[in-house]
Design a protein. Structure first.
Lengths: 132, 329, 553
């Protein structure tokens, strides 16, 4: 596979402890050849943005199941912009109702992957987006 | 929408000296990905700044290294230092990818403005030591980080090589890691300037301390004069509750002082530079000669001849070496 | 048997094999979710070494494989206990009172994440999470509101709370006292299962050692003060949700149970004083027969562990009573209505496995919080199962099935192997600390994802029978965004109105008790009565115990 030299931050904002999805994705992206920084549970927007900045990642994957995405994602996107990191590809996954997708896309989240999305699909999405 | 540095990012030494995090972060990415392009910058940074004090930290998985690093760093920051952490994880041989998970335990310091944390993968360099690590140290030093921690997981040869870059090398272990410690390579015992016995509230701690002391005694028989020698201490800590951290920080400072006073007799900084120079050369030779050679028709032809027993690998090597000699003058 | 064996061989070679050769096999290999290989047919040969009395026995008799009670669902159906809680204590109280009016006798409290992690609603990390996945509780005031006009001597209450379980249990006892209800009459459960938080669920606060001490404090308190209270619900549910298979769910759950028992014995508690109040909580996943066998295997294994390993004398100490919830991880976001059918099969497995209580998931939970309508469908699913199908009319109806008995045996053996391995590592706490358990589960979870990606495991609507245009589910329960602010304000009012010097005094006492390793239930109980908040109590304990920092394995 061709994920070479793509660096991804997998982050869990909010307080929920369900990291099965985040870990499976992290592992899958690694096996596709990417370098994956996993920050663990309970990350504040400030921690996520600082990590993205220092690690100079190409992609941020946000995983959240607590339902706090509408509260936290806009803060993350604002702080990314403030840090001059608006060129990072931001993706999301977890328990995010369809009805919220549009709103999240409008603030700059490129895609929201539902539970059950094959890893391959996510890998291909990232590769395609970064190639453009 | 690949990030812009890929296309046009140009970083000047002044920008690095100014210490803006985004610039530092991207400079490190350039070091990792566009090495040729970044050498002019590194030349300038190296000649115009002093290398920071380097602390290497390693130990078996689960020994609480990252937590410990976070505590050490907190102490340094309280004293008014700017501190950087380079956390290194292995690259998967199979996929070329890597999972970099060491930020997890550094939550406490991850948003401190005086702390810069960067995760790096080993990227499968022969001999384990990715020259990008040293180059990153050059950038971070120039950016004003006076103390830098290099952290690796594990106690294999690769990890030893990496932490041997440091001025002071910390080997972290835990009481329940008895078997792993027994299997420590002699190299690790020699590389360690300070041993940390973490999770010191464990019932087996005294037993472990004895084992460590014994191993250190055995390793320390090399005939240097006693007054010139650094007595390798064992510091007991409980990183989760900060017990022993103050003492550890004191011990690290003592070692740093010791180096400044009697430096030349101990870790010659020349050795680090010499290693790095060799690594740069290897990298360069590989890129300039070996990689193109592998793609060349001549090489393919040689392989065929070896297969057909017209020649053998040994003679082929001699022939190629003679070629190199000519080209290198 | 020998004769049968000959006939079986003949059938295999002369009937089955030629037919399979002719028509082919639907799959390359047939196996359960836990990778147990399946025969085409099970016969008496598969259970010829089964000893009825020692391995199965009658319901209500050791080792309880067929059920913990003699009558099982003939005298009383399983308890239909739907986990619920949202927003403020006031809203949740209204929902509870409505449910009780409808004849429900058991409550199951879901707390929001800040409460579960011991933060007050106004702490920075609580941002966006207040009242979201459950009810927000900061002080006794909220707890008083939550149970307002609910007679605590008449209901049983299950509280899904772990790291700060002592605080919430203390608040419950304090509310009961205010209602004039004697402690001895309180019935219910605190989840209080901290080990699985490190493994799977992630709402830990302190490192394992002080956490285990808190668990044991609750055991001790319950055995002295709350005779009808389940001091723990040892949970495999979340281990399974994190991606384990059935064998791992069994082994790690019972392994955690062993660790808790050992830690209580070390405290000097008598096994038969606390063991009858241990309860369990399992997952009901899709692989139907394996799930039924899992519940039966759990009962047999636990009975053995209690009697043989710990020398329990009382029958009640050996009975594994459990709650079941259908698998959240089996719910799909695609074609969500299909989940209704999934939940029904899972519920059926739980009933056939002899569960004591059951929560059925709502079909829309992969998308967000369930709506009132979807919650009702979930409850009706249980009611149809219980009242229409007749599955509740015979005890352990699948007992004696060649397949089920053989599979129960296999699961018992496989789980035993795991438990031996865990013993070698020094018990579950050590195995978790070393990352062994987490790595095992992650490995299984990743393999499962790969199986789904490769279509070796079919998930309808996800990797087969997909639909181009997904119908959007618009009807999703929204939490009022104003709620967080109003909860913060009400906490502020409590802070202003309480006696500040008393608060200081309580926190100092708590600190001293924690340093001296005394049972913390008593100082916590005293503190909550004077409206010391959960964040303040946990803050002191965070100071003394430190916080657990996860690693990536």
């Amino acid at each position: 596979m061709t994920g070479k030299n793509i660096k991804v931050l997998i982050a869990k904002p909010g307080l929920d402890g369900h990291d099965r999805g985040a870990k499976v994705i992290a592992r899958g992206l690694k096996e596709a050849g990417m370098e994956v920084v996993y920050t663990g549970l309970r990350q504040t927007p400030a921690q996520i943005v600082r990590a993205a900045l220092q690690e100079d990642v190409d992609v941020i994957g946000l995983s959240i199941l607590s339902g706090a995405h509408q509260e936290l994602f806009p803060v993350i996107m604002d702080e990314l912009e403030e840090a001059g990191l608006e060129d990072i590809l931001v993706l999301a996954g977890g328990t995010i109702p369809d009805s919220d997708h549009q709103e999240l896309k409008e603030i700059g989240i490129k895609e929201i992957f539902k539970p059950g999305t094959p890893i391959k699909e996510i890998v291909e999405f990232i590769e395609k987006e970064l190639a453009e | 929408m690949r990030k812009s540095w890929q296309n046009k990012m140009k970083i000047t030494a002044e920008q690095v000296f100014a210490g803006e995090e985004k610039v530092i972060a991207r400079a490190i990415s350039l070091i990792e990905n566009e090495r040729q392009q970044v050498f002019p910058l590194l030349k300038e940074l190296y000649s115009r700044s002093e290398l920071a004090y380097l602390l290497g930290v390693t130990g078996p998985p689960g020994s609480g290294k990252s937590t410990l690093v976070a505590k050490i760093v907190s102490g340094w920051v309280r004293e008014g230092n700017k501190v950087a952490v380079i956390a290194i994880d292995p690259t998967s041989e199979f996929s070329g990818g890597a999972l970099l998970g060491d930020r997890i335990r550094m939550d406490d310091i991850s948003t401190n403005k005086d702390v810069f944390i960067r995760s790096m993968a080993t990227r499968g360099y022969l001999g384990g030591l990715n020259p990008a690590i040293f180059d990153t140290v050059v950038v971070l030093s120039a950016a004003g980080y006076k103390k830098i921690v290099i952290e690796t997981v594990g106690v294999g040869q690769n990890e030893i090589d990496i932490v041997s870059l440091a001025d002071t090398t910390l080997v972290v272990t835990v009481p329940e890691a008895g078997d792993e410690v027994q299997a420590f390579k002699a190299g690790l015992m020699e590389a360690g300037d300070i041993f940390v016995l973490n999770k010191a509230d464990h019932p087996e701690v005294n037993k472990m301390e004895l084992v460590l002391k014994q191993m250190l005694r055995l390793g320390n028989t090399a005939g240097e004069q006693a007054e010139n020698r650094w007595e390798v201490p064992i510091v007991k800590t409980i990183a989760t509750t900060e017990k022993g951290i103050a003492e550890l920080n004191k011990t690290i400072a003592e070692h740093q002082e010791f180096l400044t006073e009697k430096g030349e007799n101990q870790k010659a900084p020349g050795k680090i530079i010499s290693n790095h120079l060799i690594h740069l050369l290897e990298e360069s030779l590989k890129r300039k000669y070996l990689d193109p050679l592998k793609e060349s028709p001549a090489f393919a032809k040689l392989l065929q001849e070896i297969a057909a027993k017209k020649t053998d690998p040994y003679s082929a090597m001699e022939e190629l070496m003679a070629n190199f000699k000519e080209r290198l003058g | 048997m020998d004769e049968l064996r000959d006939y079986y061989q003949e059938w295999l070679e002369e009937e089955l094999k030629p037919t399979v050769d002719n028509f082919g096999s639907r799959k390359k290999e047939f196996k359960t979710a836990s990778d147990i290989e399946l025969e085409a047919l099970y016969t008496p040969l598969d259970i010829d070494d089964l000893d009825y009395l020692s391995e199965l026995n009658f319901p209500g008799q050791y080792p309880y494989t067929r059920g913990v009670y003699a009558t099982m669902y003939r005298s009383r159906l399983w308890t239909m206990r739907q986990y619920a809680g949202f927003g403020t204590a006031k809203e949740t109280n209204q929902r509870y009172r409505y449910l009780l009016e409808q004849g429900q006798t058991g409550l199951s409290v879901a707390f929001d994440l800040p409460t579960q992690i011991g933060y007050d609603s106004d702490q920075p990390l609580a941002r966006g999470e207040v009242g979201r996945v459950g009810v927000a509780i900061d002080t006794l005031k909220d707890m008083e509101t939550l149970f307002d006009k609910i007679p605590l001597d008449k209901v049983s209450t299950s509280m899904t709370i772990n790291a700060p379980a002592a605080v919430l249990l203390a608040m419950y006892v304090a509310v009961a006292e205010k209602q004039g209800v004697d402690r001895s009459k309180l019935a219910g459960t605190v989840q209080n299962d901290i080990l699985k938080e490190y493994i799977a669920r992630g709402t830990y606060i302190f490192p394992p050692e002080p956490s285990l001490k808190l668990v044991t404090d609750i055991f001790e308190f319950c055995s002295q003060e709350l005779p009808r209270w389940n001091s723990i619900s040892i949970s495999g549910y979340h281990i399974r949700e994190a991606g384990s298979d059935a064998i791992q769910e069994l082994a790690f759950t019972l392994g955690n149970g062993i660790e808790y028992v050992e830690s209580a014995l070390e405290r000097g508690l008598n096994i038969d004083d606390f063991a009858p109040r241990l309860s369990f909580f399992f997952n009901a996943q899709m692989n139907f027969f394996e799930e039924i066998a899992k519940f039966r295997a759990a009962r047999r294994l636990w009975a053995e562990i209690m009697r043989e390993r710990f020398g329990a004398k009382k029958d009640k100490s050996c009975m594994l009573r459990f709650h079941t919830q259908t698998a959240g991880a089996a719910l799909t976001a695609q074609q969500p209505e299909n989940n209704i059918i999934r939940v029904a099969y899972q519920a059926l497995a739980a009933a056939l496995g002899g569960t004591q209580s059951l929560h059925t998931n709502s079909f829309d939970e992969a998308l967000g919080l369930p709506t009132e309508k979807s919650v009702k469908i979930a409850l009706r699913t249980q009611q149809i199962l219980a009242e229409e199908t007749g599955v509740a009319d015979v005890i352990d109806p699948l007992g004696g099935s060649y397949l089920i008995e053989s599979m129960t045996d296999t699961l018992v053996e496989e789980a035993r192997d795991y438990l031996e391995e865990i013993d070698k590592l020094g018990g579950m706490a050590e195995a978790i600390e070393a990352g062994f358990v987490q790595r095992e589960i992650q490995e299984t979870a990743y393999e499962m994802q790969k199986d789904i990606d490769n279509q070796e495991q079919i998930v309808v609507g996800v990797n087969k029978y997909q639909e181009e245009e997904e119908e959007e589910i618009e009807d999703i329960l929204k939490v009022d965004p104003e709620l967080e602010q109003s909860q913060k304000e009400s906490l502020q009012r409590v802070r202003v109105n309480r006696d500040a010097t008393k608060v200081e005094k309580h926190l100092t006492k708590l600190r001293e008790a924690a340093e001296k390793e005394e049972n913390l239930m008593y100082p916590i109980l005293a503190a909550v009565k004077d409206y010391v908040s959960i964040g303040e109590i946990c803050g002191v304990l965070r100071d003394i115990f430190g916080e657990y920092e996860a690693r990536h394995f």
